[in-house]
Design a protein around this ligand. Structure first.
Ligand SMILES: Cc1ncc(COP(=O)(O)O)c(C=O)c1O
Length: 393
């Protein structure tokens, strides 16, 4: 099957969209009679008081962590804005930023565009690709400014536990470097409770987070940087130079949604819905020829990262001159260009089944042989993907 991708399992934008509290607040904020002028002018550069206070309330409620809303929180354009600001303020030109391999696709380009040097630290596949603090300690040099990681992890679905996270914070602190923990997938913690790194150390640690996945509002660009007061203050000096401030009305709607009494229950219900559909999808995938037969929900996050080398028995890495004879997978491998298996599988899924996924090597060489599938895609799309993959392709 050729043509465009019609089942898109590439994007992690949750299907559920903004909760009622967000939509109602936004409607009221721009309704006739509201003082629109206060949204028409620049918001405070550190973020609207309402949103910073709501974010502080979130950490108190979810992690019993008391943050000073004035000194320890900076509102940014999504987690992406927080990452840019953290790297810009937390490192100097030419300094090294340590990144896990595999890791989220934006980290390395952001570091490179800002004139810093990305240095990948391989995660151990047997340990869910989590970083070993000893490997990080060995990778650190006098030029290392920061370790940037995420948990729950995009793309692998692994989660850092508090002991490993604390050990990483100790390693970076000993080197005078920052640990930046991107926790945008914090609502999707399943194997263990999510612990933000800022709950484990007062200094030298920041979190990057946003309402994108939590509320299903990727388009409203609401994020933040929080933690070490000195690092936040440095970030707050740089942030206005990039975008001045985040849209005021969006911030107030975000604050309304976070402080809505129904927020905790809504988060639990939505995460459970994604987990339910994701589990059903992965079990169905496990039953298909060539796929791992033990696929289940990963520890956290909204992505599955299955090993797809079984779809090409006997072919591990590059496969020049592939013959195309693979049991159970009709025609797969025929005429495929040389390249990693995961690239070929993602392409075959797109071209033959109209199912879009991302190849694992996009996330670093450690992701080779895997593909990333978004479990946050609409449930009917996940079911349709199974229907297509059940047929010979
Ligand atoms: C790990 C991770 N960090 C950051 C982002 C970007 O988040 P935002 O929309 O808040 O910029 C994403 C988006 O998928 C993500 O998966």
């Amino acid at each position: 099957m050729g043509g465009p991708v019609t089942v898109d399992l590439t994007v992690g934008t949750p299907w559920y969209g903004p909760p009622r509290a967000f939509r109602d607040a936004m409607r009221e904020l721009v309704a006739p009679g509201d003082d629109l002028r206060r949204h028409d002018v620049y918001a405070p550069p550190r973020g609207a008081d309402e949103l910073r206070t709501a974010i502080a309330g979130l950490y108190l409620a979810e992690h019993e962590l008391a943050l000073d809303a004035d000194r320890q929180i900076l509102v940014t354009h999504g987690a992406t804005g927080a990452m840019w600001t953290a790297v810009l303020a937390g490192s100097g030109a030419g300094q090294e930023i340590l990144l896990p391999d595999p890791c989220y696709t934006l980290y390395e380009p952001i570091v490179t565009v800002l004139g810093r040097r990305p240095l990948r630290v391989p995660g151990d596949p047997a340990a869910g690709w989590l970083l070993d603090p000893a490997d990080v300690a060995r990778a650190i040099t006098a030029d290392t400014a920061m370790l940037l990681l995420n948990s729950p992890v995009n793309p692998t679905g692994s989660m850092y536990g508090p002991a490993r996270l604390r050990a990483l914070a100790e390693v970076t602190a000993a080197a005078g470097a920052l640990l930046v923990h991107d926790e945008v997938l914090d609502c999707f913690a399943r194997e263990r409770p999510h612990v933000p790194a800022i709950a484990l150390a007062d200094q030298g640690v920041l979190v990057v987070n946003s309402l994108s996945k939590r509320l299903g509002v990727t388009g409203w660009r609401l994020g933040w940087l929080a933690g070490d007061a000195r690092a936040v203050s440095a970030a707050a000096r740089v942030h206005p130079l990039t975008t001045i401030a985040v849209d005021h009305a969006a911030q107030l709607a975000g604050a309304a949604a976070l402080t809505d009494p129904g927020h905790p229950a809504m988060i639990r219900e939505r995460a459970a819905a994604i987990a339910g559909v994701g589990r059903e999808f992965l079990r169905a995938l496990s039953r298909l020829p060539g796929w791992p037969d033990d696929l289940d929900l990963p520890a956290g996050g909204v992505y599955a990262f299955p090993d797809v080398t079984g779809l090409f028995p006997g072919v591990t890495g590059l496969f020049p001159g592939v013959t195309g004879l693979f049991p159970g997978v009709t025609g797969l491998g025929m005429g495929l260009p040389p390249g990693p298996v995961d690239v070929a599988v993602a392409r075959a899924l797109r071209e033959r089944c109209g199912v879009g996924v991302l190849h694992g090597s996009l996330y670093g060489s450690g992701g080779e042989g895997h593909i990333r599938i978004s479990l946050a895609a609409p449930p009917d799309q996940l079911r349709e993907a199974i229907r297509r993959l059940e047929k010979p392709w």
